[in-house]
Design a protein around this ligand. Structure first.
Ligand code: LMR
Length: 347
C-alpha cells in the first residue's frame, strides 16, 4: 500500500521538511568530521596518560594532528585499554594495532634477546650512559634488528631507573628472601630476583596493583612514575630506592602499515615521533623526580635509600646474572655497550 500523498504546506509536510533540514545540517557537521582524518593510527600502551610514555604518546598525537592539518589522526589507548602487555606484541604483528611502545624488557621473550641487555641489573648507573646506547649506533642497530620480529623500530624513550617495593625495606639481599616479586616477562629479571633470593612472578602490568592488593605477590620493581600513577602506595608499605635497573621503551610499528604509507606521511609520522621522543626524553627524569617528591609525602609509605655499601653489596649479589646472560644478550653487543658507553667497565 502506498502512503497517502503529503500536501505541500500541510503540517505533515512541514514536519518532514524540518526533519530533512535537520538531517542535512547533521550531515554537514558529520561528513567533514568523518572525512577529516584520512588515516587513523592506533597507538596502544599500558601505562597512565601522565607518565613519560603516556605524555609522549599524547604529544605525538598533537604533533601529527598539527603537521597533517588533521588529515592523520593518532588514537591513543592508554592503561591497557586496547591491549595488555601480554598480548600487545601479538596484536601489533597481526596488524590489530599500528604502533606500540613496549618496555625494552618485553622484546627478549618476543624473540629479540639482545634487548635483554637493558635488564642486566646495575649495568647502567646514569641515564647518560643509557642514552649513549639508545641514541647512538648501538641503538640504531637494535631498532633495525627488530625487522626479524616483524616490527619496525622507530625510536627509544626513557622512563627511568627502577625501585623495589615490598612490605619491608629491601636494603640487602637477605631482605629479599622468600618474597614473591612481580616482574615483566623477562628471563634476566627472573634471574635477578632469584639471585636475590626472591621468587619472580610474571604478571601483566595492568594486573599488578590487584595482585599486590590481594597478596598474590608481595612486591614489585617500578620506576616511581609508574609506582605513583598505578596507585601502588596504598598497597605497598615501603619503597626502597635501589636504582638497580633501567626501564625504557622502544616505539615500534607494524611493518605492513609502515610500508603502506606514502613517503610524505611516513616522514611526517617519523618527524613527529622524533620530536615527541626528544621532548619525552628531556622530561622523563623530571617526571620521576616529581613522582618521588609526591611519594615521599604520601602518608603510610616509607621511602628508604641505600647506603653506598648496601648498593655495592646488592650489585655483587646479582653479578652472576651478567655472566649467565652474556651469551644470550650477545658478547659483542655487551662489549660495545661497555666500551662505548660505560667507559670500558667490566660489569
Ligand atoms: C611493566 O610492565 O612494568 C612496564 O612495561 C610498564 C611500562 O612502563 O610500560
Amino acid at each position: 500500500m502506498r502512503p497517502p500523498p503529503v500536501r505541500a504546506g500541510s503540517k505533515r509536510h512541514l514536519l518532514m521538511v524540518s526533519v530533512w533540514l535537520w538531517l542535512c545540517a547533521l550531515c554537514t557537521v558529520w561528513v567533514p568530521m568523518a572525512q577529516a582524518a584520512e588515516l587513523v593510527v592506533r597507538l596502544s600502551h599500558v601505562v597512565a596518560p601522565d607518565t613519560p610514555k603516556g605524555l609522549m604518546a599524547t604529544r605525538f598525537q598533537q604533533l601529527v594532528a598539527q603537521a597533517s592539518g588533521g588529515r592523520i589522526r593518532v588514537d591513543v589507548y592508554p592503561d591497557s585499554q586496547l591491549y595488555g602487555d601480554d598480548d600487545e606484541m601479538e596484536a601489533l604483528q597481526l596488524g590489530a594495532v599500528e604502533i606500540l611502545a613496549p618496555s625494552l624488557s618485553k622484546f627478549g621473550v618476543a624473540g629479540a634477546p639482545e634487548f635483554d641487555v637493558f635488564d642486566l641489573p646495575f649495568l647502567f648507573d646514569t641515564l647518560t650512559q643509557v642514552r649513549c646506547v639508545t641514541q647512538g649506533r648501538i641503538g640504531q642497530e637494535l631498532l633495525q634488528g627488530l625487522a626479524r620480529q616483524q616490527m619496525v623500530g622507530l625510536g627509544f624513550l626513557d622512563n627511568g631507573f627502577k625501585q623495589m617495593s615490598a612490605p619491608r625495606p629491601l636494603l640487602q639481599a637477605a631482605d629479599f628472601k622468600g618474597l614473591r616479586l612481580r616482574i615483566q616477562a623477562s628471563r634476566v629479571l627472573a634471574a635477578q630476583m632469584r639471585a636475590l633470593g626472591a621468587y619472580p612472578v610474571v604478571l601483566p602490568f595492568g594486573e599488578t596493583r590487584r595482585a599486590l592488593a590481594e597478596g598474590v605477590v608481595d612486591g614489585a620493581e617500578n620506576p616511581v612514575s609508574n609506582f605513583l600513577t598505578q596507585g601502588l602506595a596504598p598497597v605497598q608499605r615501603t619503597l626502597t630506592l635501589t636504582d638497580h635497573g633501567y626501564l625504557g621503551y622502544a616505539v615500534v610499528a607494524n611493518p605492513r602499515f609502515w610500508a603502506s604509507l606514502g613517503e610524505g606521511d611516513r616522514t611526517l609520522l617519523q618527524r613527529a615521533l622524533n620530536q615527541a621522543l626528544a621532548e619525552g626524553n628531556a622530561r622523563a627524569a623530571a617526571l620521576n623526580a616529581q613522582a618521588l617528591a609526591t611519594l615521599k609525602q604520601t602518608p603510610g609509605l616509607q621511602v628508604h635509600s641505600l647506603s653506598a655499601a648496601q648498593r655495592t653489596a646488592l650489585r655483587q649479589a646479582v653479578q652472576p646474572v651478567h655472566a649467565d646472560f652474556a651469551r644470550r644478550v650477545g658478547t659483542p653487543l655487551l662489549r660495545d655497550v661497555k666500551n662505548l658507553c660505560l667507559g670500558g667497565i667490566s660489569g
